[in-house]
Ligand binder design. Structure first.
Ligand code: 9MR
Length: 377
């Protein structure tokens, strides 16, 4: 760590120079907003230091889980807004933009949503009513407080001839469930931004399908303002050229483009990189969990270079990219400690388990300092 900070020209943390640590949000302010996904504990005061660090470093926050259907609307006649309200309060107090995540997704939705009378699947009409009520209740409550909503999440398929995922939303409503979700969200808040969000768009098939899907929405006059590419990456996957091609393809749609869930898995994998489908799980053994005692310098360096290279691509697309959000503040929080193998020690983010900035953090601020010698545009 110390060696790294020195190489990159920044004071080592713990050297008493923390106050001069640059702020990511300032470093990139002219290009795009930098955001972070926060856990409930990070915003409600239980993890106060993490909350303070997030508010200092980032300009936007996304609730990692608190605005999902299961969390907000566990039973037909019961909403629970407590955890979600804490994000609104936190964002307001620290003057951060709040991103709503997510209204219509195949995952984290309670079973009752898809059930009709007598245990049969709900009809199209019932499903559309439920979706509309939910969206109105949630988007309506946070009207004027949420900068933009991930309206539909992960509707594209990973394999097969169909563009769309075989979800219960699609089966029970039909392919137009996506159009309806956006229209209901627009009814509920005429001013908030409305996004389509998905993972794995660097895969050429899924990239092409995302363009087809969104062009269809635009042709039908569906009110969409942005598209999010989640960006759950690995050290070597995907190739930067594919990241670049995806951003170019999404930019060509004329919508705002966002990197919404960026992280870099450093652990070994058995293939399937790029498929962030939570239904997927793999068996683990010790060889699949090599960095329990900390990340070796060599991998720490590769991680820093990976972030540096990704942000160089993002900067090239700054005309269309409006936000880059990290999927978590620190390594302890990351979902990648449990996916696709449970209980591992992953190191995918910019801050370590003690909330100390990692070499990857310094790599992102290093050539963006004013007077850093050609780093600024
Ligand atoms: O990071 C989230 C994790 O804490 C949850 O257990 C999981 C299920 O709700 O969702 C994770 O976040 C996902 C996001 O909502 C959508 N894209 C993929 C993310 C990683 O699974």
């Amino acid at each position: 760590m110390v060696a790294w900070a020195l190489t990159l020209g920044w004071p080592a943390l713990g050297s008493g120079a923390e106050n001069s640590t640059p702020r990511l949000r300032d470093v990139y302010a002219q290009e795009f907003m930098i955001g972070v996904a926060l856990s409930a504990a990070q915003v409600d005061g239980r993890e106060r230091r993490a909350g303070e660090l997030a508010a200092e470093q980032f300009a936007a926050i996304t609730p990692e889980n608190a605005m999902k259907w299961q969390a907000l609307h566990p039973q037909p006649d019961r909403y629970d807004f407590k955890a979600a309200d804490a994000y609104v309060e936190f964002a307001g107090r620290h003057k951060l933009s709040l991103i709503g995540h997510t209204l219509v997704w195949h995952s984290q939705v309670p079973a009752w949503v898809f059930e009709g009378a007598d245990g049969r699947p709900a009809t199209r009409e019932v499903m559309l009513n439920r979706m509309r009520q939910h969206i109105h209740a949630v988007v309506g409550r946070y009207k004027g407080k949420v900068k933009g909503w991930d309206v539909v999440n992960e509707a594209l398929s990973d394999h097969g001839a169909d563009i769309l995922r075989d979800s219960l939303w699609r089966r029970l409503i039909g392919d137009d469930y996506i159009d309806h979700a956006f229209r209901f969200a627009r009814e509920a808040d005429p001013d908030t931004e409305l996004y389509y969000n998905d993972y794995g768009l660097e895969n050429p098939r899924k990239r092409a399908n995302s363009v087809t899907l969104i062009r269809g929405l635009l042709d039908r006059g569906v009110p969409i303002t942005g598209v999010g590419t989640q960006s759950h990456f690995h050290l070597d996957y995907p190739a930067l050229a594919d990241v670049d091609r995806t951003l170019a393809a999404l930019s060509s749609l004329g919508l705002k483009v966002m990197v919404t869930e960026l992280d870099v898995d450093v652990l070994p994998s058995r293939g399937n990189a790029g498929i962030a489908d939570l239904n997927r799980s793999e068996a683990g053994d010790a060889s699949m969990n090599p960095y329990t005692a900390g990340l070796p310098d060599e991998i720490q360096t590769r991680l820093a270079h990976r972030y540096r290279d990704l942000f160089a691509v993002y900067r090239r697309h700054r005309g269309s990219i409006t936000r880059v959000t990290l999927w978590g503040l620190d390594d302890r929080q990351s979902w990648l400690n449990h996916f696709p193998i449970k209980r591992r020690t992953n190191h995918p983010l910019l801050f370590d388990r003690d909330l100390k900035p990692k070499p990857a953090f310094f790599a992102l601020v290093h050539d963006r300092r004013p007077n850093a010698g050609g780093g600024t545009k």
